[in-house]
Design a protein around this ligand. Sequence first.
Ligand code: GLU
Length: 260
Amino acid sequence: MKIVIKIGTSTLAHESGRLNIRRTEEICKIISDLKNAGMEIIMVSSGAIGMGTGKLGLKDRPQDMPTKQAAAAVGQCELMYTYDKLFSEYNHTVAQLLLTAADVESEERHQNFTNTLNRLLELGSIPIINENDTIATEEISIGDNDTLAAITARSAGADILVLLSDIDGLYTGDPHKDPEAVLIREVHELTEEIMALGGSSGSNLGTGGMKTKLEAAGICMASGCDMIIMNGARPELLYSLMDGEAVGTRFFAKHTSSRG
Ligand code: GLU
């Protein structure tokens, strides 16, 4: 089984932008265990800008491009240092891959990326992907890691993409505002009603929201990969997911039927 796990900034970092050590340790431990159990795992990790923001002592996530890129340059080091350290404890090797939109659009570069990804998996390492924020400008950026994760899942021919978020899944309304909102367990088709639930929510440090997650679902479902949105605050649910239990919201790939 090949799984892409996307970790959002709000899962990795406290609101200050500083690393959420307990959470990140838990996630790395569980991913190591899943890998030991024989799963092929690719990670897409946000957090460069968020962690750079914290490390540079900036008050909020920067808005201007040079400061964003400077924060990403600082934060990406911190991010990979952290993953390297934590995965090393369980004898796993990490590899950093940084992409821009141009790399995904160019056939040759995209092929190189896919070849490297596959080779890294054969060599037993854990590829960790992020956008190359220090050189991507607004015009050429992929923009958010939900989309990057979906593109990665498609390129890698993954079975499942898991988006670890700060919410349990897709709700019928905004659960922060609407007490009646209920969690949608299964999505088989991205109808207009479902897409309308996208809104434009997002946390202070990350860029995504439900909208980008639904767009990511579209890419996944069309390429034969299921996608799950689940709460990164409860990483142990990854075990339940692998045991076939219903976790978060599952978007079913076009060719599959309900496993609910
Ligand atoms: N590439 C950005 C970062 O690492 C995150 C983008 C996103 O949160 O979607 O900070």
